[in-house]
Design a protein around this ligand. Structure first.
Ligand code: IMP
Ligand code: MG
Length: 190
């Protein structure tokens, strides 16, 4: 797919009117390439270990599926769902756990798999929460980081792409529940 392969609005189940989806910021090919690199890096960094990948629902589901297949280690997978109070496009930092992990974290090497870090408040809460469960280590692998927006200085071990301020959709990310199944990351134009 080329960079200007913009979704043309052809009606398709779960897809959107063309006017809501703008410029493609990260193509399918760029995502694939970067996910391969991140997987290789994690494979090298965690050699001899069995990391537990903790995906934050729902946005990270697609990234987790692809990333986990690029990690050549005996990984385990678990899910957490959180919701941050606040309006639709900004995080308040007050996080509520909607679905907790099934696994015990004691002694585990945890890699939190996130879709996008915006203010960093969700992640900051999650990291504190997971560390309190006696994990051996907690690192973060975020597909996207929005430049210059972090309110808390979070150390991110693995980052896919840095993005400008625009709200984005696709590859797991939604706007009001829509557009998660686009295979690329595009601007959301409302
Ligand atoms: P933070 O707490 O401000 O870092 O917010 C992070 C969460 O907000 C992400 O995990 C997403 O669920 C959501 N989010 C932030 N920016 C976007 C976006 O551009 N598109 C879709 N979801 C977003
Ligand atoms: Mg999220």
């Amino acid at each position: 797919m080329s960079t200007d392969a913009r979704y043309d609005g052809t009606p398709m189940t779960g897809r959107a009117p063309a006017e809501s989806v703008g410029r493609i910021l990260v193509t399918e090919a760029q995502i694939n390439q970067r996910v391969r690199e991140l997987g290789a890096q994690i494979t090298a960094d965690y050699a001899g270990k069995k990391p537990l990948l903790v995906a934050v629902l729902r946005g990270a589901y697609m990234f987790l599926a692809d990333l986990s297949r690029e990690i050549d280690l005996p990984v385990e997978i678990d899910f957490m769902a959180v919701s941050s109070y606040g309006n639709q496009t900004a995080s308040s930092g007050v996080v509520r756990i909607l679905k907790d992990l099934d696994e015990d974290l004691e002694g585990r090497h945890v890699i939190v798999v996130e879709d996008i870090i915006d203010s960093g408040l969700t992640l900051s809460y999650l990291r504190r929460n997971l560390k309190n469960r006696a994990a051996a280590s907690v690192e973060v692998c975020a597909l996207l980081v929005r430049e210059g927006r972090q309110k808390v200085d979070e150390e991110l071990a693995y980052v896919g792409f840095e993005l400008p301020p625009d709200f984005v959709v696709g590859y797991g990310l939604d706007a009001s529940g829509q557009f998660r199944n686009l295979p690329y990351i595009a601007e959301y134009t409302q």
